[in-house]
Write a protein that binds this ligand. Structure first.
Ligand code: AGP
Length: 610
């Protein structure tokens, strides 16, 4: 969580830092700050509680000068979100530090440093790390050496950048468990926690690896590995469009991203699926051969990505002829699991930086998995670099904190993975062809699903006085009900639960009354009749329904039952198609309630802490 930007240049860098923070706000947005060293070796620090815009206003007024600077947008872990706890943290009015991650042994370090006379202003672990570096700097002149020594004393995770007003021509960066990238300019260099922050100033990047630290001047970048040995890291040219940062005609990024889904999914499929099926080699060299030895798939992910995994289980077991287990990464990593022989590990992550998912991958790499593949949207991210194989979802940058196009492109990618597994396991040609055609027909179906926009915007009015909502589905629509509930709660703050419709009678049915809207996803599939029965059980207890149903599913609207016709679609891709109306419903409820749709409270897009 949190976002870091740093720059060392001949020009003033405050505007570059602010621009970068604005690009990184998806990582956290409860406070922001920057520090720059001016020509007179004066350290100028500005901080504000709240979003980057409030800091930008302050910077516009104060106009801090200086070519060496660091900046941070925070998602609070230690200490509440206020100005004192905001980064950068300062020690001895000399060094300034920004930090992503958590220092786990900060309490014992704090005691030692207090004994040495260091005074603490904030409640943060970061201030402890800052003083620790300052304590080492008392004995030598090199900031790099001081950081190197301090690093050895801390446990936990960090991506950090430090400046020293007595060494204004150098910045030092260190990575352990939280990503950092160095941007290379001409006579100027930069650091950020995500290259997105630096696209206005460079397209050339060095991605620091685990344990790396670096000394950066205007003209030189020196990288050292975890043991302190100088290393050469590859320079990568990133070809990302800045246009993704525009909302265009849309009021919110989330709405733009919902409407982008037909295009995003075309991009996911492009060059990978034709009417003849999957193009050979799209998952990477040797992947198809490796699949022949796979008889179990373990999927690990968090949040929305976990829901994508839950859908994939239905597909992989039915068409891939393999057993499949799906688990939340934060649970998987601490469970004493048994590795089924012939297992493939599949991680799913929009950002590729989710700490729990990354830890799960690293743990699995010490076990007997045949191989690992990540389904990911961010090239160059940690999960992409550390997995044996990476399959990019190609959704384009997703800015809204609530996942929309990332989810449906994950599902599309997972269906392609199912096809690959099926092929390796001898799935009949006609079934392969069924999947291929369902995939190719998907963008058009999604375009039709989006025509429900104004209908759903009207329906959303019914929800604004509600405190709770229930989402129901069966089979591969059960995870879609979970996802619908997650979307509603994260952006509208209405408490929502997703349930397998058949499970309702085992307890949750007690909650049903006229104040509890029940949203049902009801495509025309083999479980439709069962779903009809579950709905009648709720109806008999005074439930009010919103049923998203296939036109041929034979539901009729009446006073307590609102039926919304969704385009007829094959059962296979129905989970993807039915996701869109639920996204629109959450979006319009949130808009009417006046919440911060793109940056809902307490959340961050990339969860790089445990
Ligand atoms: C969903 O809208 C959230 N953005 C969240 O649940 C997210 O899916 C989760 O934090 C996992 O993130 P990842 O896909 O980047 O790993």
């Amino acid at each position: 969580m949190c976002g870091i930007v740093a720059a060392i240049a001949q020009r003033d860098v405050a505007d570059i830092l602010i621009y970068g923070l604005q690009r990184l706000e998806y990582r956290g947005y409860d406070s922001a700050g920057l520090a720059v060293i001016d020509q007179n070796a004066h350290l100028n620090t500005l901080k504000r509680q709240g979003k980057v815009a409030t800091l930008a206003d302050l910077v516009a007024t104060e106009q801090p000068r200086g070519g060496t600077g660091i900046a941070h947008t925070r998602w609070a872990t230690h200490g509440e979100a206020n100005e004192t706890n905001a980064h950068p943290h300062i020690s001895q009015d000399r060094i300034a530090m920004v930090h992503n991650g958590i220092i786990e042994n900060y309490k014992s370090l704090k005691e030692t440093l207090s004994g040495q006379g260091f005074a603490f202003k904030s409640q943060t672990d970061t201030e402890v790390f800052t003083h620790l570096i300052a304590s080492h700097l008392q004995n030598q002149s090199s900031l790099l050496e001081a950081v190197k020594q301090a690093k050895q004393q801390v446990t936990g995770a960090y991506g950090t950048v430090i400046i020293d007003k007595e060494n204004p021509d150098t910045i030092v960066a260190a990575r352990s468990g939280s990503p950092l990238v160095i941007g290379l300019g001409l006579g100027e260099n930069f650091v950020a926690s995500d290259q997105l922050a630096l696209l206005a100033v460079t397209r050339r990047f060095i991605f620091l690896e685990e344990g790396d630290f670096a000394e950066i001047t205007r003209h030189k970048v020196s990288v050292f590995d975890v043991d302190g040995n100088p290393v050469e890291r590859e320079v990568v040219e990133v070809n990302a469009s800045q246009d993704t940062n525009s909302k265009g005609q849309y009021r919110h990024y989330m709405l733009k991203e919902i409407f982008e889904q037909p295009t995003s999914i075309r991009n996911t499929l492009e060059g990978r699926v034709t009417t003849d099926g999957l193009v050979d080699g799209i998952f990477g060299q040797g992947f198809e051969q490796m699949l022949k030895g796979v008889n179990h798939v373990q999927i690990v992910a968090c949040g929305t990505s976990y829901h994508a995994g839950l859908v994939a289980r239905y597909w992989l077991e039915q068409y891939g002829h393999v057993s499949c287990n799906v688990e939340i990464a934060s649970e998987f990593r601490y469970r004493h699991f048994h590795t089924v022989p012939g297992s493939l590990l599949v991680t799913i992550s929009q950002s590729g930086e989710t700490a729990d998912t990354l830890a799960a991958l690293r743990l699995a790499q010490q076990r007997d998995y045949l191989s690992s593949i990540v389904i990911c949207n961010v090239d160059g991210s940690s999960l992409v670099r550390e997995s044996d194989y990476a399959f990019m979802t190609n959704a384009g940058a997703e800015i809204g904190v609530a996942s929309t196009k990332a989810f449906t492109t994950q599902l599309t990618s997972l269906l392609m993975l199912t096809l690959a597994v099926g092929k390796a396991k001898g799935l009949a040609e006609d079934k392969q062809s069924l999947i291929t055609h369902a995939l190719l027909g998907l963008p058009a179906k999604l375009e039709q699903a989006l025509t429900l926009d104004s209908h759903i915007s009207d329906l959303a009015e019914d929800f604004i006085e509600k405190d709770h909502a229930l989402f129901l589905g069966r089979g591969d629509q059960f995870p879609i009900a979970l996802e619908g509930a997650l979307k509603l709660k994260e952006i509208s703050y209405i408490h929502a639960e997703g349930y397998a419709a058949g499970e309702l009678k085992h307890g949750p049915i007690a909650l049903i009354d006229a104040d509890m809207p029940v949203i049902v996803v009801a495509p025309n599939n083999e479980l439709l009749e069962k779903l009809h029965s579950n709905i009648e059980e709720v109806r008999a207890r005074g439930g009010v329904f919103y049923i998203f149903a296939d036109q041929d599913a034979h539901f009729e609207s009446d006073e307590t039952c609102h039926v919304i016709d969704v385009v007829s679609t094959d059962a296979l891709t129905a989970p993807i198609v039915y996701t869109l109306p639920l996204q629109l419903l959450s979006y319009y409820v949130a808009v009417i309630k006046g919440t911060d749709v793109d940056q809902p409270r307490n959340l961050a897009k990339s969860v790089t802490v445990e």
